[in-house]
Design a protein around this ligand. Structure first.
Ligand SMILES: C[S@@+](CC[C@H](N)C(=O)[O-])C[C@H]1O[C@@H](n2cnc3c(N)ncnc32)[C@H](O)[C@@H]1O
Length: 259
């Protein structure tokens, strides 16, 4: 199977054209339909998520969990970084998309939060400085080709302080490939992509113009063996996992502490 291509430019477009749908792909989040109530629901879901993460870490990893410096990798419009800011001295939100970061900045300023830094991501994570007591990422790695995401995963773990807690969310299988234990059959993926591109080209030719297309949103499966190897290499002794099912796409939310 050929490696998935990078879609950084597509995330730039999501942030510019339809940022809330890009983060939370539900019809109520579409730019043309977005109401104040829907936005309240969007931010309330972030609050509930972070409260759940803290409760889980306190229950299974560290009852006194109270990080000082946190990072939300792939922060989008700030849905999760905003509640994190209320629980820590200092929070960084990092994203590959400048337009998402612009929207996050508007949301953070509207709430008068002064302890959030927004950082532009790159493959070297060159904007990160020092270490973090808590590194969190939710529904982000799935959108990054695994060859690239694995390296980012390892670099994030390196930025965890000793005793720091990681909470990283990873897609590992799809129920529509149950016969293949959730994994995309290699030739199948390439064939579907080739058909999609062919149909698109044909449509454009028939219409005699460039058809308007939505930015792409990849859903990439990761190999948990590789990530476990990285965690064990970093000295992690225990991993706690919750499973999630997003419409047949199965993910693992990995919680661990660096020794
Ligand atoms: C589905 S949104 C999730 C946003 C946020 N985590 C939340 O749950 O509200 C995915 C985010 O990941 C970001 N992203 C995609 N590729 C990335 C990369 N290589 N590095 C950092 N962020 C990335 C996108 O720009 C987008 O804002």
């Amino acid at each position: 199977m050929s490696p998935a291509r990078s879609t950084d430019d597509h995330w730039e477009r999501w942030g510019r054209e339809d940022p809330y749908y890009g983060v939370y792909a539900h019809d109520s989040m579409r730019r043309e339909r977005l109401t104040a109530d829907a936005l309240d629901h969007f931010f309330a879901s972030g609050q509930t998520h972070i409260e759940g993460v803290f409760a889980y870490v306190r229950r299974y990893i560290d009852p006194a969990f109270s990080p000082r410096r946190g990072l939300d990798f792939g922060c989008g419009t700030g849905r999760l970084v905003i509640p994190m800011a209320g629980l820590m001295d200092e929070v960084a939100g990092m994203d590959i998309s400048s337009s998402m970061l612009d929207e996050a900045r508007r949301n953070i300023d509207a709430r008068d939060l002064h302890n959030v830094h927004l950082l532009k991501s790159d493959d070297a994570l060159s904007q990160l400085s020092g270490s973090y007591d808590f590194i969190h990422s939710y529904i982000v790695f799935q959108h990054i080709p695994p060859e690239r995401g694995q390296v980012l995963f390892q670099r994030l773990v390196k930025h965890l302080a000793p005793g720091g807690v990681g909470a990283l969310h990873i897609l590992f299988g799809k129920t529509f490939h149950a016969a293949n234990f959730g994994q995309t059959p290699s030739s199948f993926h390439d064939r579907i992509l080739a058909v999609k591109r062919g149909v698109h080209r044909l449509l454009m030719r028939l219409m005699g113009r460039k058809a308007a297309t939505e930015p792409e949103m990849q859903m990439n499966i990761y190999d948990l063996n590789t990530l476990f190897f990285m965690l064990k290499t970093a000295g992690v002794g225990e991993i706690h996992t919750t499973f999630e099912d997003h419409g047949g796409e199965w993910s693992a939310f990995l919680f661990f502490r660096k020794p």
